[in-house]
Design a protein around this ligand. Structure first.
Ligand code: NAD
Length: 401
């Protein structure tokens, strides 16, 4: 049953899981109304839950949540909560997502939405049945340079996209002393770097270039054992003591993708790429031009274009108020946004969607399901060494149900 809002201009939100993402969602809720004053809804921090004793209380004291809980179940049927941010580890997305959706709460959920496509589908089904609105944490599509790239591709500025390369390289797991957290377990994470980082790459590919038809992939684990931490963790911490445990999912993945347009795309993701921190980006080549973006230089887009394809220079364009939601943050060009700003934009899309604004911005659960199907196909292809069509992979999963 959906709760009745006491103040129709307010959306009373809960945040479940207060690690890195819980904090970023909370900060976004706190800033979104100031950046987007026209929004019909204003978030109110109603509740926070985290299973680590004291963590939710600390968050409540610091950020102003009205109450704190260690068990998220205590919040599911609360009449003073309209929406929830699900920022707990992947294995909890399905259970928490289904429970809150069935209780009539709108959902802003982190990628990859569960450990596999079946989980993402289950959350989508629950949301559809209950008629609640959902948005998913595919934040990189919110970067103004990515929005500019999408517009340029649609306008034909690079001709027909023929091939592209997407990379998501990180070093957060490059230290063998990095603790064995939920991210390294099949049961709690599902895929390894495929669910963690390639998920963002697949969303960008779909957003910019179209649907993935087939994949040929390889994956590898380079650090086979890690130590189980002795205390609670958040993010990527070191563990010098504790039992050695076998890492169950991939550190690195590389794929060749065919898109529905026929374009060919390479996608590489690594969590052990020494020397590369948050090195995310793409190069897209078309018949008459090219685009290149590096997340670490978020406000810059490299562009080439012209009638004669050969010898075109790549020019750097600094994004400005005309690109994406830039104008909500800065008045001129070359004033770059931050990672947190991408989440403020995502919060805006969520609030718009809940308020029923036509054409509300942001990735939805259908995007999460579509991305998860590709991620499962990548995992299947890495295992078999064969090319896997996404449709084949869906058929196999359906037959197994
Ligand atoms: N969109 C992005 O760029 C991005 C970046 C990082 C993580 N993520 C996603 O966000 C999610 C969380 O990742 P993180 O980096 O914040 O992880 P984290 O480990 O820093 O935080 C997870 C939090 O969830 C809490 N938690 C665990 N079990 C719980 C339970 N039963 N009830 C309540 N709280 C519980 C933990 O105590 C911890 O505070 C993951 O799904 C991850 O894929 C997305």
């Amino acid at each position: 049953m959906q709760s009745k809002r006491t103040n129709p201009g307010e959306l009373r939100v809960a945040v479940v899981g207060f690690g890195w993402m819980g904090r970023v969602h909370t900060l976004a809720y706190r800033r979104v109304s100031e950046h987007f004053p026209g929004l019909p809804l204003r978030p109110r921090l109603a509740a926070v839950a985290d299973e680590v004793p004291g963590r939710a209380e600390e968050a409540a004291a610091l950020f102003g949540f009205e109450r704190a809980a260690t068990d998220w179940r205590a919040l599911v049927d609360a009449l003073d909560i309209d929406a929830v941010s699900i920022t707990a580890p992947n294995f909890l997305h399905r259970e928490i997502g289904e429970a809150f959706a069935r209780a009539g709460k709108h959902i802003w959920i982190e990628k990859p939405v569960g450990v596999d496509a079946a989980d993402a589908r289950a959350v989508e089904a629950a949301a559809l049945e209950s008629g609640v609105t959902a948005r998913v944490g595919f934040n990189y599509r919110n970067a103004p340079a990515v929005r500019r790239a999408k517009r340029l591709i649609a306008e034909g500025a690079i001709g027909t996209p023929t091939h592209a390369s997407f990379r998501l390289l990180g070093d957060y797991a490059a230290d063998p002393a990095g603790a064995f957290t939920w991210r390294y377990e099949l049961e709690r994470a599902g895929h390894g770097v495929v669910g963690d980082l390639a998920a963002h790459g697949v969303d960008l590919i779909r957003y910019l270039l179209g649907e993935v038809v087939d994949v040929t992939s390889a994956g590898a684990i380079f650090i086979g054992e890690r130590r189980r931490p002795t205390g609670a963790t958040t993010g990527h911490v070191r563990a010098e003591e504790g039992d050695l445990v076998t890492v169950a999912n991939e550190d690195w993945s590389a794929s060749l993708l065919t898109l529905d347009s026929g374009a060919k795309v390479t996608l590489e993701a690594s969590r052990v790429a020494v020397g590369h921190q948050n090195d995310y980006g793409f190069r897209i080549h078309g018949t008459h031009g090219a685009l290149e973006w590096d997340f670490r230089r978020m406000g810059e887009l490299l562009q080439a274009g012209g009638e004669h394809a050969q010898d075109l220079p790549m020019a750097t364009v600094f994004t400005g108020p005309g690109d994406g939601a830039s104008a909500a943050f800065q008045p001129g060009s070359a004033l770059s946004l931050s990672y947190d700003d991408l989440k403020v934009i995502e919060a805006e899309g969520f609030l718009q969607a809940v308020a029923g604004v036509p054409g509300a911005d942001g990735a939805g659960l259908a995007d999460a399901v579509a991305a998860a199907e590709v991620l499962d196909a990548i995992a299947a292809s890495s295992e078999s060494g064969a090319r896997v069509t996404v449709a084949q992979r869906i058929a196999i999963a359906e037959a197994a149900r």
